[in-house]
Design a binder for this molecule. Structure first.
Ligand code: NAP
Length: 360
């Protein structure tokens, strides 16, 4: 594994945990040997570069640093990483990608170069781009990156006509979904899914044990119809209910239980999704894994609010004219108006097919 790959592996470990900061990994090398490593800590804590330098008592003369992201050069919650790198005597810095944060973009690199440090920025890599896709959208728009994950049969059904949907895909695909949950800042479903499936929305291993990183659970529920006994309210972890700005006893009961509620204006009597996402962005949520159902998916797509899809297609037919599909609602009236998905990649996961792609 190259030194940069090591830095990227470290960065990936902090995905879903350090928001609104980017996930970053840093490796310091001297005389062909890794002498220290760092991972970005929780907001307010040291960045990856500082963690790696601290391990060396900030003495890194003549060393080479590999960082998965351009080092910051401004005062945020912590002082600039560039100052510490320069002071420690690092001779060369390799950066996987420049930081699209307007306060940093190219400036971090320039500050290092001005101090006589050789800086090398890696060529474009889809792996790196994917690692930072959520953070880059968030830092340039203030909105979270929304990934729509669904599991469907070969004939495009996400549940049977009796409403049952557990489990369409196999264990390997389900393990992958739990990993995706743990790497996301939040998971989100519509109230229809909570009523039909009573999901936990936690990130678990194959034996049902909770993973170390748990996403915030978001339920889109205009009139707070959620049952007080719903698993998402009784299980561990933080749950957010997004609903309308209206008088509602159930909302008061949720608030009294300490459950966080986000209120939006009404859009045809339902939650205003652009307002909801902008409030989630203001809370520092950079990535949302949206898990259905089809009614909410249809509204999100109509508002162009889905950035990416990850579909797990199982080798089975469910059939049924009225069985739900990933995108329900009125749909697009003609093929020429249909939503295209670009940059598709396909991978077999156990007996299922995982298809990924982007909507914009
Ligand atoms: N296989 C899979 O991947 C998968 C995943 C999830 C669900 N499912 C299946 O999908 C079915 C549930 O899906 P569903 O379509 O009935 O429900 P849904 O999409 O989960 O929830 C729809 C509800 O969300 C609320 N909502 C609030 N604001 C909205 C907005 N702006 N736009 C649209 N909806 C909004 C509405 O209820 P209010 O007006 O009361 O707020 C609406 O009825 C179940 O059968 C479940 O098993 C399958």
């Amino acid at each position: 594994m190259s030194y940069m790959d090591q830095a990227l592996t470290l960065a990936r470990q902090s995905l879903g945990e350090v928001h609104p900061n980017p996930p970053v990994g840093a490796v310091i090398v001297k005389n062909g040997k890794v002498i220290s490593e760092g991972i970005t800590q929780l907001p307010g804590g040291p960045h990856a570069e500082i963690m790696a330098l601290a391990e060396l008592d900030y003495q890194a003369s003549g060393s080479v640093m590999y960082s998965s992201l351009e080092p910051c050069c401004h005062y945020g919650r912590t002082p600039p990483c560039t100052d510490a790198i320069i002071k420690a005597g690092v001779a060369e810095v390799h950066i996987a990608v420049l930081d699209k944060n307007p306060k940093v973009f190219s400036r971090g690199k320039e500050q290092l170069e001005k101090a006589g440090i050789k800086v090398i920025v890696s060529e474009f890599s889809p792996v790196v781009e994917q690692l930072y896709e959520a953070y880059f959208k968030f830092i340039t728009t203030g909105l979270p990156f929304v990934t729509f994950k669904f599991a469907s049969s070969l004939d495009g059904k996400i549940a049977a006509t009796d409403g049952s949907s557990s489990w369409i895909t196999g264990q390997d695909a389900r393990d992958k979904v739990h990993l995706l949950r743990s790497e996301s800042d939040a998971v989100m479903v519509g109230i229809g899914t909570v009523i039909a499936d009573n999901p936990k929305l936690t990130a678990r291993d194959a034996d049902g044990r909770l993973l170390d990183k748990q996403p915030i659970k978001i339920i889109v529920d205009s009139h707070c119809r959620i049952s007080p006994d719903a698993n998402v309210l009784t299980d561990d972890g933080m749950t957010l209910i997004t609903c309308l700005e209206e008088q509602n006893v159930n909302k008061d009961r949720l608030k009294a239980r300490g459950i966080k509620v986000i209120e939006t204006p009404s859009f045809n009597g339902t939650v205003d999704l652009p307002s909801m996402l902008s409030q989630l962005g203001s809370m520092g949520i950079t990535s949302v894994l949206f898990e259905g159902g089809g009614t909410l998916a249809s509204s999100l797509i109509q508002h162009s609010l889905i950035d990416k899809i990850i579909g797990f297609i199982a080798p089975c037919f469910i059939g049924g004219k009225n069985a739900p599909t990933p995108f329900d609602g009125a749909g697009f009236s003609s093929l020429s108006a249909s939503q295209q998905v670009r940059d598709i990649s396909v991978q077999q996961i156990g007996s299922d097919i995982m298809i990924k792609g982007y909507l914009h």
